[in-house]
Design a protein around this ligand. Structure first.
Ligand SMILES: Nc1ncnc2c1ncn2[C@@H]1O[C@H](COP(=O)(O)OP(=O)(O)OP(=O)(O)O)[C@@H](O)[C@H]1O
Ligand SMILES: Nc1ccn([C@H]2C[C@H](O)[C@@H](COP(=O)(O)O)O2)c(=O)n1
Length: 229
C-alpha cells in the first residue's frame, strides 16, 4: 500500500452502463495517464475458467487461475487496446453479456478478488492512473486523490446498452437487458466482499440526464479543483 502513496490515481466506480469505461478512456486521453479496466480482469478470469473447464463455483481453482492469468494488454498504432488471453485475442469476445454475467459470479469470490489485488495496484505508474471498476475507491486505491462514482437509472443504463448493441447491428431485447442489469446490480451491490458502493469521499454523479461531454466536463473540473490538470 505504501508504494501507492506517491502515485496519482483517479478512481471511477459505478454500476454497469453508467459510463465508466467511456469516461475513463476520455479522461486518460485528456490527462495522458494510464488506464486500468479492472472489470476486464474479472471477465478474463471467467473466460479462462470456461477454457479450462473450471466451474464458476470452484473457488480454489478460480483463485489459482486469477493469480496466474496469462494476459497482455497491447496498444497498436491507433491507440486501440488489444487484449490477449493465453495467446488468443479476446478484445471483442470478452465484452459479451454472457462473459459479463460469468464475471459477476467470479467477482463475488473473495479469494479471486485477493488474487487480482496486487496486479491492479501495479497499474499505478507515473504520470498517473485512471482506475475503472466497482471497488477502485473503496478497496484497491483507498489513497486515490480523486474518487468519482457514476450512476444512472437502471432504465437509462439498459437503453444505453441496447443502443450500443443495435448500433453494432446486433439484435437485442430492451426488457432482457434491463433484467440482466438489475440482476448484475443486485449481485455487485449485495455481495459480502468488496460490494459496489461509493467511497465516503467520492463525488457522486447521476448521469441519467447528462451527455458524455457533460459528464466529462464535470469530472475534468473536479480534477482541476484537485490540481491534477
Ligand atoms: N452520459 C451518457 N449518455 C449517453 N450514453 C452514454 C453516456 N455514458 C455512456 N454512454 C454509452 O453507454 C454505453 C455504456 O457505457 P460504458 O461502457 O462506458 O459503461 P460502463 O459503466 O463502463 O459499463 P460496464 O461496467 O458494464 O463496462 C456506451 O455505449 C456509451 O457510449
Ligand atoms: N473492480 C471490479 C470490476 C468489475 N467487477 C465485476 C462487476 C461486473 O459484474 C463484472 C464485469 O465488469 P465490467 O467489465 O462490466 O465493468 O466484474 C467487480 O466486481 N469489481
Amino acid at each position: 500500500m505504501s508504494s501507492q502513496l506517491n502515485r496519482k490515481v483517479i478512481t471511477v466506480d459505478g454500476p454497469s452502463g453508467s459510463g465508466k469505461g467511456t469516461i475513463c478512456r476520455l479522461l486518460a486521453q485528456e490527462l495522458g495517464w494510464h488506464l486500468l479496466d479492472s472489470g476486464a480482469l474479472y471477465r478474463l478470469t471467467a473466460m479462462a475458467a470456461r477454457h479450462h473447464g473450471v466451474a464458476l463455483d470452484d473457488v480454489e481453482s478460480l483463485q489459482v487461475l486469477a493469480a496466474h492469468l496469462d494476459v497482455q494488454f497491447r496498444t497498436d498504432g491507433q491507440d486501440d487496446l488489444k487484449v490477449i488471453l493465453e495467446g488468443e485475442e479476446v478484445t471483442r469476445s470478452m465484452r459479451t453479456e454472457e462473459v459479463g454475467a460469468d464475471a459477476s459470479l467470479v467477482a463475488a469470490l473473495g479469494p479471486v478478488r485477493q488474487a487480482l489485488l496486487q496486479r491492479q495496484r501495479d497499474f499505478a505508474q507515473a504520470p498517473g492512473l485512471i482506475a475503472d471498476g466497482r471497488d477502485m475507491g473503496t478497496v484497491v486505491f483507498p489513497e486515490a486523490c480523486l474518487k468519482i462514482y457514476l450512476d444512472a437509472s437502471a432504465e437509462e443504463r439498459a437503453q444505453r446498452r441496447y443502443n450500443q448493441l443495435i448500433s453494432k447491428g446486433l439484435s437485442a431485447s430492451l426488457d432482457d437487458i434491463l433484467s440482466d442489469i438489475q440482476a448484475r446490480d443486485d449481485r455487485d451491490m449485495n455481495r459480502p466482499v468488496s460490494p459496489l458502493k461509493p467511497a465516503p469521499e467520492a463525488v457522486i454523479l447521476d448521469t441519467t440526464q447528462l451527455t458524455i461531454e457533460e459528464v466529462l466536463e464535470v469530472v475534468l473540473d473536479q480534477a482541476k479543483h484537485k490540481g491534477l490538470r
